[in-house]
Design a protein around this ligand. Structure first.
Ligand code: GLY
Ligand code: MN
Ligand code: MN
Length: 461
């Protein structure tokens, strides 16, 4: 299958869905360019939905799909003057052969073309609440259609959120996507290996190692293998910084005897990867660090075992929480006299003092990818929310082959009166990306070791 036919197949699936819903037109812009400061833009990143259906990464582009199956791309016209400054534009003439769309026009014609395409259509589909001003723009086009009703034009009677339809498609990764996700996972794993080894080498050489030194190694390895961007801002958190969940790589020193938590992954050809490893900066865990590390690793193993078809999205989380709660009681983070049994700790939520996030999220084009976390069509049932209050919720999503999610339990120990001092300031997270397969799951990010002994061996080499 050629690359352009991958996108053609997805566009055909959208057209079929529009037809099944009564027919209409779907319209989808890519992302805008954004200024960073005077004359400087942020690096351009296409819109994920748009790229999913086109494979086209130029800015100022739109896709229109009709329920008849006809697709039109609107893109920047060729312009020698602009291309000298900003680079080659594909242009509407070359777009059909290059991208497999049925027709292409200049984006300058958008406001003229859209009322024509929308006239006499029963419905319009576009992404709700994702592109600033888009709903107003669609209103403007519909107003122009309405202005022509006396000439016999009919105005679409309904508007639908295109995201809902595309989210469901994107939740299940096809072979083309899995191949890229695997390579992204491999590159990111190599970047983590490089950062760990750099940490050990710098410490052994007595150098002034900082968080940014390791961040630089990550970025070097991503780019060296052709990944275009980090999938998100890298977290390189030395020592106590690991207890700040959204910490970024800063300039804190890597201190002998402390841990470093790195949460980083590259984006390759539009697909993310998301890995966390926590390691001793000098290559040797202390007994206290190792004890907590093993606890998180056991939690991750339990969560991985619960990641298979037929299980629900929340099952890996529940499995991880159980292991962590047991561990917290066993090592004195929680006092059994005060907090009771494992079941009590889970019911009261006492474990949240040290583990306050979910164990995973969907991953794909976006690191926190789209997709319903509850089972579509299932009946809501009574559950307890994060504060222990009853709420009506649909049960969590049943896992199916082709879904990709992260498995990332952690433990974050802030100083407190009744918390053993040896654990203070230790923050640990272990995160891998899992593809749900026919029988279980495949971890895409195990090119970097996760067992404590393997990490020590890698850093000692
Ligand atoms: N790196 C973001 C996350 O783990 O969710
Ligand atoms: Mn994650
Ligand atoms: Mn992460």
């Amino acid at each position: 299958m050629t690359t352009s036919s991958v996108y053609a197949r997805r566009r055909a699936a959208v057209a079929r869905a529009l037809k099944a819903a009564g027919g209409g037109i779907a319209v989808l812009p890519t992302a805008p360019e954004r200024a960073r400061n005077r004359d400087s833009d942020f690096p351009y990143r296409h819109d994920s939905y748009f790229y999913y259906l086109t494979g086209f990464s130029e800015p100022e582009a739109w896709l229109v799909i009709s329920s008849t199956g006809h697709s039109t791309l609107l893109c920047r016209p060729k312009n020698l003057e602009r291309e000298i400054w900003d680079g080659i534009r594909l242009g509407p003439k070359a777009a059909p052969a290059e991208l497999g769309v049925d027709a292409a026009r200049s984006v300058d014609e958008l406001d003229k073309l859209m009322p024509e395409l929308l006239a006499n259509q029963p419905a319009v589909w576009f992404p709700f609440a994702t592109h600033e001003g888009l709903a107003l723009q669609v209103d403007g086009w519909l107003n122009q259609v309405r202005a022509r009703v006396r000439m016999g034009a009919e105005c679409p009677q309904s508007q639908h959120d295109l995201c809902k339809l595309l989210d469901e498609m994107r939740l299940f990764k096809d072979a083309h996507e899995v191949k890229i996700l695997k390579r992204a996972g491999l590159i990111s794993a190599q970047a983590h290996v490089r950062a760990m080894q750099t940490s050990a080498l710098m410490l052994q050489a007595g150098q002034d190692a900082r968080e940014y030194h390791l961040e630089a190694e990550l970025l070097h390895e991503f780019r060296r293998h052709g990944a275009q961007f980090p999938a998100y801002t890298s977290i390189v958190a030395a020592g106590a910084n690991a207890c700040v969940l959204h910490y970024r790589a800063g300039d804190a020193p890597l201190k002998n005897g402390e841990l470093c938590l790195i949460d980083a992954g590259c984006e390759l050809d539009g697909y993310a990867s998301d890995i966390t490893r926590t390691f001793p900066v000098n290559g040797r865990f202390t007994p206290a660090q190792r004890r907590l590390y093993e606890m998180v690793l056991d939690a991750q193993k339990a969560a991985i075992a619960a990641t298979r078809p037929g299980k629900r999205f929340m099952d890996p989380h529940d499995a991880a929480v159980k292991v962590l709660a047991q561990g917290m009681l066993a090592c004195g983070l929680l006092n059994p006299k005060k907090h009771g049994t494992v079941d009590d700790v889970i019911a009261s939520g006492a474990y949240r003092q040290f583990y306050m996030h979910r164990t995973g999220h969907w991953m794909g084009m976006d690191v926190h990818d789209c997709g319903d976390y509850t089972e579509p069509g299932a009946k809501p049932r009574s559950e307890l929310d994060a504060l222990g209050q009853p709420v009506m919720r649909r049960p969590s999503r049943v896992l199916r082959a082709g879904m990709v999610l992260t498995i990332e339990p952690g433990l974050y120990v802030r100083p407190a009166k009744d918390v053993p001092r040896e654990f203070w300031h230790i923050g640990i997270r272990i995160e891998d990306d899992a593809l749900v397969t026919a029988k279980g799951c495949e971890l895409l990010t195990r090119g970097v070791p996760v067992e404590a002994a393997e990490i020590e061996a890698l850093m000692g080499d």
